[in-house]
Design a protein around this ligand. Sequence first.
Ligand code: ATP
Ligand code: MG
Length: 201
Amino acid sequence: MDAPFVYGRIALDMNYTDRDKETLLLKNNFLNLINTVIISPRRWGKTSLVNKVKNELGKEYRKELIICHLDVFNCRSEEHFYKAYSNAILKTTLSTWEKFIAGSKKYLGRFAPSVSFSNTAQTFELSFGIDMKEPNLSVDDILDLPQILAKDLNKKIVVCIDEFQNIHGYADSLAFQRTLRAHWQTHDKVATVCMAVNGIC
Ligand SMILES: Nc1ncnc2c1ncn2[C@@H]1O[C@H](COP(=O)(O)OP(=O)(O)OP(=O)(O)O)[C@@H](O)[C@H]1O
Ligand SMILES: [Mg+2]
């Protein structure tokens, strides 16, 4: 007999039930560019909820709204975070690899970016050519990337960051959180939606 429920994967389409109020609230936050943090214990449906809103608004507001998604579960340092953040934003906003290469040079040229291709996975990936541990290095260009792209493309951008609690393990997590706040609060064309686990992660 086929199992009537899907468990352990993101709940999609027919498998998604309820959460009507939360869906409406989150849609309004996306459209009004309100920064949002969704916190719950594991398996309470954070990713599924954000994914549902992303899919529904992505279709309806395709012309004016870009929604990026990244999962920082495997990002064990600020450097990894910056790489995942830049890749997700550039990949979603600049659809082809030609635009991706041009965009990485235009917007992140200071970081000496290089792009590698994977034929098997049919994907491409940006890496930084300079040492991100350099103490005087400013990461403004990376953290302001969605705001600058939103202005250039004349669109709104929502950046959804999954497993955000992971940044707690970074070397100087508090300083990193302050840096993020300092940048994100100045963005008027971008909203950041963070999903985080409380309790044991
Ligand atoms: N609205 C929903 N309707 C039906 N099933 C759901 C719904 N939301 C979540 N689920 C079920 O719960 C499981 C956990 O959902 P999801 O992965 O979205 O939670 P999560 O809070 O992001 O979990 P984690 O903290 O581990 O990342 C899914 O595999 C799915 O089976
Ligand atoms: Mg999740």
